[in-house]
Unconditional design. Structure first.
Length: 424
């Protein structure tokens, strides 16, 4: 299932229910929400569209931790009032009408996405469209403003389950409450997004491709130490067995077409036709793909991170994956969108590596290594629910079933329907 690119930005609280709740706990914050920090206010003018802006609050930050604690109080009160009702499976969009639209309005009011003054009505108007875009954005979905299966599944998670999800993730957020450093990187696996952070502000955000449900990306802390420009790619043994051998059985030209060479134990190159692909003989050999951003599975750059799992971050020639809502497509490594901006951040403190030098290294087509003068801390994390000081609460699907709340099944089904867009 393909969808437009997921929006990972956060927006200000247009939902007055949540803002009012936060006002009870922290009046100053609510006042800032109403008059100062709002990046997007609900606008029900049909000539306008919801403008989604990005919060500069890092996911792992004291501000996000405090906002999540406040949001838990709101959700507890919401659950005590009965939460929200489920909506049906009917697809709705601007202009739709009927009882299903009224149910959608009530659901959006309950979660603070729609102003209570717009709770009544059976017409899907611009009020509903703007609120639905906001709700979709909060769940990491494309803000289309139309009710589709992915949005229905997200909205039909009961309020008490969302509360438990917030409580679980509060513990995770607290585990990162210490000093993470002046400059660091966060990889949030359920969100399939990467943040670069400096002085407790997000500098850049990048859509990412992360591990499939059966080849999960690991959770760990380390430091980014080196950039490899125009790298070779040595195929891991697991991919030789799971991917290359089956592909060669179907298409004997696959390795040649993808410029992947085979070497024996003596370092001698052998031809694909010398290997018996009906057995697992191929696992005895080393497979290496030639450099080249248009074909090499790592694109034009690899980001090295010492870790016991053998994973790293890299560019990819299959950039279409960044246009999907569900980007759980790799064998464990993390693929980066807009990798030039990312390595620019990483090399900012390394003399001789400005943007011009980076572009020259890429354009050279040669293998060039750039050790970081100051290794940058990196945190591969698993955060499925959090809030930001602007009053917005974010939820992501539990892709690896680590929350234990039964919220990962829909992802497995969606992933199974996805194409084989870049398998490594």
């Amino acid at each position: 299932m393909k969808a437009r690119i997921a929006r990972f930005s956060t927006v200000a609280a247009g939902g007055l229910v949540l803002a009012a709740s936060l006002a009870a706990a922290a009046p100053a914050t609510a006042q800032q929400l109403a008059f100062g920090q709002a990046e997007w206010q609900q606008n029900y003018d049909s000539a306008q569209r919801a403008r989604v802006s990005r919060s500069n609050t890092p996911t792992l930050s004291p501000d996000a931790l405090a906002a999540t604690e406040q949001t838990i109080g709101y959700y507890r009160a919401l659950v005590e009032r009965g939460g929200w009702a489920q909506i049906g499976n009917e697809r709705l969009r601007l202009g739709s009408r009927g009882r299903a639209v009224q149910a959608l309005r009530e659901r959006l009011v309950a979660s603070g996405d729609l102003d209570p003054s717009a709770a009544q009505g059976d017409i899907f108007d611009s009020y509903v469209e703007a609120a639905l875009r906001r709700a979709q954005d909060r769940h990491g979905l494309s803000a289309t403003g139309a009710l589709n299966p992915g949005t229905i599944a997200a909205l039909n998670v009961p309020a008490d389950v969302r509360l438990r999800q917030l409580e679980l993730n509060l513990v995770r957020l607290r585990s990162y409450s210490g000093n993470l450093g002046h400059r660091y990187v966060v990889v949030n696996l359920p969100g399939a997004v990467v943040e670069t952070v400096e002085n407790n502000h997000v500098v850049t955000r990048h859509a990412a491709g992360v591990g499939k449900t059966d080849r999960q990306s690991p959770i760990f802390n380390s430091k980014i130490t080196e950039i490899n420009f125009n790298p070779f790619w040595t195929v891991p043994a697991s991919i030789i067995r799971k991917d290359l051998i089956p592909k060669m059985r179907k298409d004997p030209t696959y390795l040649t077409d993808n410029k992947i060479r085979i070497y024996n134990a003596q370092g001698e190159e052998i031809r694909p036709e010398q290997v018996d692909w009906n057995t697992y003989e191929a696992t005895r050999y080393r497979f290496r793909q030639d450099p080249g951003a248009d074909l090499n599975s790592m694109g034009f750059v690899r980001i090295n991170i010492p870790n016991p799992y053998g994973v790293y971050m890299h560019d990819t020639p299959a950039k279409g994956v960044f246009g999907d809502d569900f980007r759980f497509v790799s064998s464990g490594c993390v693929r980066m969108q807009n990798v030039r901006d990312y390595i620019g951040f990483l090399l900012a403190d390394t003399p001789g590596w400005g943007r011009e030098q980076i572009e020259a290294a890429i354009d050279s087509g040669k293998r060039i290594d750039a050790p970081l003068a100051n290794p940058v801390p990196v945190f591969w994390t698993y955060i499925t629910a959090w809030a930001t000081p602007d009053g917005l609460v974010q939820f992501r699907s539990d892709i690896y079933n680590r929350d234990g709340l039964g919220l990962g099944g829909q992802i497995a089904a969606l992933e199974a329907n996805d194409s084989e867009a870049s398998q490594y």
